[in-house]
Write a protein that binds this ligand. Structure first.
Ligand code: COA
Length: 577
């Protein structure tokens, strides 16, 4: 089937569908929902058998859904309708939720049903639920719907599927007021629920000393209390705020772009809470908060079990800033000194890593200088990982990884991924960024020089099946987070006790010596950083423009040609099944 993915943006779910559909041999193209004329043009150029609308913010034009079947993915169960489905589910404390694939028609989210799937809810942010439960359910439902469509089946009218006394329920767009925190009344559970319903976007609009701020990245604080609503401590990047029955840690804040339609002068950028409050309240005020360094929400920790070390680094959005990179390096060095045989780098549950922290860079007084510091910090981690002397290292990807974050994973001896993970092994989308993290050594080492060049040029997301075929990863297993983590622990432990481990470690060391003799690691770094210097400080501003557009979420005015295959005839196709 020729499948057109129509989407507001090429988000994680759309990337995953792109990967899964191509894997099954379907010709797939992508068009961003920019305006009706562009959508019609895409239809004329690509002549799809079906349109899959994975992530839309408005209706599909009537003449489009009259012409070709349009399958709309709604992140809600049967009968649920409206644009803030998951936000309401979290705020309402739903125990189960679902995804429904509907045929587009005149009623928004009210068309006939192709498929629906349910899942138990987890106490997690909207973004995390979307990247895991919603994505897995949506992929299964879309694939089943397409199978039915291909056999000439028809969707079932919604009314026939609802119980006799049931009806569909339209829930409006969630407003800021719906999740506003009342610090004088809300208990910790309620505050966390509100924060989770708005995370990653749009956050919860609140105020600190009359300064409007949006709040993100909430965590329960144990054993802390104070006058409700007051700031009572800081730890790392987070601040602690008291509720009526305890307190919460808030890791990220953002100043709203407008409040009551008054534009603010400072940029709208999600940043560590401490950094935002230092700007708003002054460094001295934030410094005067009691320091609770060991007590805050953990973003870097090490565990050891049965000869295996596990290093976790669930940095917010997988972004590795300079300081986070330096902390990770220090933790890695400590882990390397331990008497273990295998060291597993776990990253975080939602993202393993997405490379240098572009928000932190944008907020810096010199983005070029901060880019330079950040890339050197992540390069230091990659170098330490590549040269790990005594342990076999494993990168275990529960969540997605992109750009330098993925190449950092390739610095480990073995790469294992959860089957549903999406990988983006390229930098070029960020204003033709050259990239570092020793990718010029690591990528050809795994898949050969020609494929490495094609991969970085193609700029496509990649699923684990393709990554396995290309040798980019060593294994993929575990459909959900819990199963994957369990299997990682089992496999790592088995490896640590494997009689062949000594041989594996010896050959790893020999390979490193041989590679170093052929071309020293330092030479790869020097060459990559020479290119990066041009990206950061050179005449061509593309990286700075692309980064600005990315962090401020400037909508795209056209679909990139590497995705809109119908607009470009000869796009190299790599590794498709
Ligand atoms: N630095 C800071 N924030 C980052 C980031 C980075 N390197 N990568 C992703 N994020 C943030 C996004 O801004 C978004 O923030 P939000 O919570 O405010 O919405 C969030 O992480 C999720 O990213 P999103 O782009 O929505 O996820 P996705 O699954 O659709 O796409 C990527 C994943 C990796 C393709 C995409 O995030 C990306 O291109 N990131 C930049 C990678 C990069 O160029 N890194 C620098 C070079 S090493």
């Amino acid at each position: 089937m020729r499948i057109l993915l129509l989407c507001h943006a090429f988000n994680s779910l759309t990337q995953r569908l792109f990967v899964e559909l191509r894997e099954r041999g379907h010709p797939v193209s992508v068009e961003f929902d920019i305006n009706d004329a562009v959508t019609r043009e895409a239809l004329a150029l690509f002549r799809p058998d079906v349109v899959v609308a994975s992530f839309l913010k408005r209706r599909i034009p009537e003449d489009v859904w009259q012409t070709v079947p349009c399958l709309v993915v709604h992140p809600g169960p049967l009968g649920d309708r409206g644009p803030s489905a998951l936000d309401w589910a979290i705020l309402d404390g739903a125990k189960t939720w679902g995804v429904t694939v509907l045929q587009a028609d005149a009623a928004l989210d009210g068309g006939a049903v192709w498929q629906t799937a349910c899942f138990p809810m987890r106490p997690a942010t909207k973004g995390s639920l979307y990247r895991h439960e919603v994505t897995e359910a949506a992929v299964a439902a879309v694939l089943e719907a397409l199978t039915r469509l291909a056999t000439g089946d028809r969707p079932t009218p919604l009314a026939m599927l609802l119980p006799p006394d049931g009806h569909s329920r339209w829930r409006p767009q969630m407003r800021r007021a719906d999740r506003a925190i009342d610090w004088s009344r809300d208990d910790t559970a309620t505050v966390l629920c509100k924060l989770r319903s708005g995370d990653g976007n749009p956050g919860v609009l609140d105020a600190v000393d009359d300064h409007p701020v949006e709040l993100f990245d909430g965590h329960p604080a144990t054993g802390r209390s104070g006058p409700p609503g007051t700031l009572i401590a800081r730890s790392g990047e987070a601040v602690c705020r008291a509720t009526v029955d305890g307190a919460v840690w808030i890791g990220r804040m953002r100043q709203p772009a407008t409040v009551d339609d008054h534009p603010l002068t400072l940029p709208k950028l999600k940043l560590p809470s401490v950094q935002v409050l230092e700007r708003l309240l002054g460094v001295a005020t934030v410094a005067s908060l009691p320091d609770a360094t060991d007590d805050g929400p953990p973003d870097l920790w090490y565990q050891e079990r049965d000869g295996v070390g596990f290093l976790h680094f669930p940095f917010y959005n997988g972004a590795l800033g300079t300081a986070r990179g330096q902390r990770l390096l220090a933790a890695l060095r400590v882990a390397q000194q331990r008497d273990t045989k295998v060291l597993v780098l776990m990253g975080g549950p939602d993202f393993w890593c997405n490379g240098i922290d572009l928000n932190g860079i944008e907020a810096a007084s010199s983005p070029a200088d901060e880019s330079w510091r950040a890339i050197n910090a992540i390069d230091d981690v990659a170098a330490a990982l590549i040269t790990t002397p005594r342990q076999l290292t494993v990168a275990a990807l529960t969540g997605n990884a992109g750009a330098g974050g993925l190449f950092l994973a390739l610095a480990a001896d073995l790469v294992w991924a959860r089957t549903g993970v999406v990988l983006n092994p390229h930098y070029k989308g960020m204003g033709n960024l050259y990239g570092s993290e020793y990718w010029t050594y690591l990528l050809p080492r795994r898949c050969g020089a020609d494929r490495a060049r094609l991969l970085t040029e193609a700029r496509h997301p990649m699923g684990t099946a393709e990554a396995l075929r290309l040798g980019l990863i060593d294994d993929a297993f575990g459909t959900d987070q819990a199963r994957f983590r369990h299997a990682v622990a089992e496999r790592a432990t088995a490896l640590a006790h494997d009689s062949k481990l000594a041989t594996l470690l010896a050959s790893k060391q020999q390979l490193r010596v041989r590679d170093e003799a052929t071309k020293p690691l330092a030479a790869y770094r020097t060459e990559e950083l020479a290119q990066m210097k041009l990206n950061f400080y050179g005449f061509d501003p593309s990286y700075h423009v692309a980064r600005y557009n990315f962090v401020f979420k400037i909508p795209k005015s056209r679909t990139p040609l590497y995705l809109a295959r119908h607009r470009q005839s000869a796009v190299p196709d790599l590794g498709q099944a």
